[in-house]
Write a protein of this length. Structure first.
Lengths: 112, 118
């Protein structure tokens, strides 16, 4: 039921920069609703990583940054570290019949 | 710090009702700032929002599940609960409770696996 599309996987070597895209539509991101990002380590609950498009909660390193433009958003991870290997999900608000809160399809980040 | 903890049966028979409770600590469930939500994740799949409740009792559900979902709140117990009726194997998932603030989920429970099987 995901209405936000993400690439299934991205990978990079330690120290590199990777980006994850999140593509929505005119009923969610394109309408102006904010995009938020979560990181899910294996076997654990998702954890808030970025809120309000580009804001980091306390404790999240500035290696993580977000951006939004038009009907899409992106999460960038710089200085990739082994502990960044996880699943990442974007989330927004949708004004169509799909329901208020919608998540992306998820992206697996692999550190080579 | 804010903590949410899901509890309930890990096994439910087909056609029966799935019932889970989320206990909140470190935050007031009666605060008008937050909504309290349930989210699920099918095995190996992405996240699906189920619905939310406000401390006043007002609710909103995912239209795809609306006919089978009921979320209630017990503010004195600092708990809110999920009931999902007429379950099938397709409802097998990890169920998370989470707090909503300003359109995002800032705190999550650890999740509980519910398997639907006879």
């Amino acid at each position: 039921q995901s209405v936000l599309t993400q690439p299934p996987s991205v990978s990079g070597a330690p120290g590199q920069r990777v980006t994850i895209s999140c593509t929505g539509s005119s009923s969610n991101i394109g309408t102006g609703y904010d995009v938020h990002w979560y990181r899910q380590l294996p076997g654990t609950a998702p954890k808030l990583l970025i809120y309000g498009n580009n804001n980091r909660p306390s404790g999240v390193p500035d290696r993580f940054s977000g951006s939004k433009s038009g009907t899409s958003a992106s999460l960038a991870i710089t200085g990739l570290q082994a502990e960044d290997e996880a699943d990442y999900y974007c989330q927004s608000y949708d004004s169509s019949l799909s329901g208020f809160y919608v998540f992306g399809t998820g992206t697996k980040v692999t550190v080579l | 710090q804010v903590q949410l903890q899901e509890s309930g049966p890990g096994l439910v028979k087909p056609s029966q009702t799935l019932s889970l409770t989320c206990t909140v600590s470190g935050a007031s469930i009666s605060s008008g700032v937050y909504y309290w939500s349930w989210i699920r994740q099918h095995p190996g799949k992405g996240l699906e929002w189920i619905g939310y409740i406000y401390y006043s009792g007002s609710t909103y559900y995912n239209p795809s599940l609306k006919s089978r979902v009921n979320i209630s709140v017990a503010t004195s117990k600092k708990q809110f609960s999920l009931k999902l009726t007429s379950v099938t194997a397709a409802d097998t998932a990890v169920y998370y409770c989470a707090r909503i603030v300003e359109w995002y989920f800032d705190h999550w429970g650890q999740g509980t696996l519910v398997t639907v099987s006879s």
